[in-house]
Write a protein that binds this ligand. Structure first.
Ligand code: NDP
Length: 288
């Protein structure tokens, strides 16, 4: 039976730590503050932003969700973003994606100043990641950072390990592949055009599923030794409408060494990473 690596005990430890750091910042006159721009009523985005606000407040930080109408003009949206970008009392800023169609050509990651880029999508932060940073200087994208935090807490060293990252998005697959490479893993980044996916996954010590397809990875993708580590990034609903990941957890639970659950795994750690990035951003801005 595989070890199930739950986020809750890991996140509790980090929450306590972040709350202490937050109160120290407040003593120095800095109230860590996150602003989130939410456009429209896209149901998952409303839930995600609400959860992020709840988390920030649980560590003692401020968080305001700035709600704009679905049909907000490009000019009004950009003005709102610029106002928050300039405001010195705002330490972290991001726009909840996806953007409505009429704004989807805007690369919002580049409009948030790099020092407030708690999502880790600004070119300067991504360049540092490409250059080998493990988070010493860069604000790292939250989901990859959360995956690394979980592996670290489980005592998994990446050095010399082979990893199959399935998915090459800018928010998960690509930055996670870079980050794991920076930790000396040998990473194969797979995608929908990878022709020998099962061969790659069977030969990997760690498999990360960031695909967006419910229960896509099953025991047919695993080798028979039962020694692999499975990281499930996916957030999907199965045919019964039940929340599930990209890995068929029931099918693989006796055929791997360790697995992250859905829910209660990487998703929870993504918000924790956002909190860590906010406190880092506030600390850096105070020191300036
Ligand atoms: P994207 O849709 O942007 O990317 C999906 C990736 O999966 C693409 O690179 C795609 O390949 C690849 N893919 C699709 N089908 C296959 C296939 N049959 N075989 C191999 N690769 C395939 O998704 P995201 O990266 O944004 O998200 C992935 C999943 O993670 C989703 O379920 C999402 O909800 C979840 N997620 C969870 C987060 C968390 O906090 N836990 C945070 C962000 C996302 P190609 O590039 O060729 O199209």
């Amino acid at each position: 039976m595989a070890t199930v690596l739950k986020a809750a005990p890991i996140s509790q430890q980090i929450v306590d730590d972040l709350a202490k750091q937050c109160s120290l910042l407040k003593k120095d006159g800095c109230i860590p503050c996150l602003k989130v721009i939410l456009i429209g009523e896209h149901a998952p985005s409303v839930i995600y932003t609400r959860n992020k606000k709840k988390f920030m407040e649980s560590i003692g930080a401020e968080c305001e969700i700035i709600k704009l109408a679905e049909d907000v003009s490009e000019e009004n949206f950009l003005n709102t973003l610029k106002t928050q970008a300039k405001d010195k009392s705002v330490h972290g800023l991001f726009v909840q994606l996806p953007l409505p169609k009429h704004l989807s050509h805007i690369d919002v990651g580049q409009l948030v100043p790099p020092e407030k880029d708690v999502d880790g999508f600004h070119a300067q932060n991504l360049y540092k990641l490409m250059a080998g940073d493990k988070g010493e200087n860069a604000l790292l994208p939250c989901t990859p950072k959360g995956v690394m935090t979980m592996l670290k807490h489980a005592g998994v060293s990446l050095e010399g390990k082979s990893v199959a990252v399935i998915g090459r998005s800018l928010i998960v697959g690509k930055p996670l592949s870079l980050l794991m490479t920076n930790y000396n893993a040998t990473v194969t980044m797979c995608h929908s055009k990878t022709s020998n996916l099962k061969q790659v996954t069977k030969s990997s010590d760690i498999i990360v599923a960031a695909i967006g397809r419910a229960k896509f990875i099953n025991s047919e993708f695993l080798r028979s030794e039962g020694d692999q580590i499975l990281i499930d990034v996916g957030i999907n609903h199965d045919s019964d409408g039940i929340l599930c990941g990209d890995i068929d957890q029931n099918d693989v639970e006796n055929k791997c060494a360790l697995i992250t659950p859905v829910p209660g795994g990487v998703g929870k750690m993504t918000i924790v990473s956002l909190g860590q990035n906010l406190i880092t951003a506030a600390t850096n801005q105070l020191e300036k």
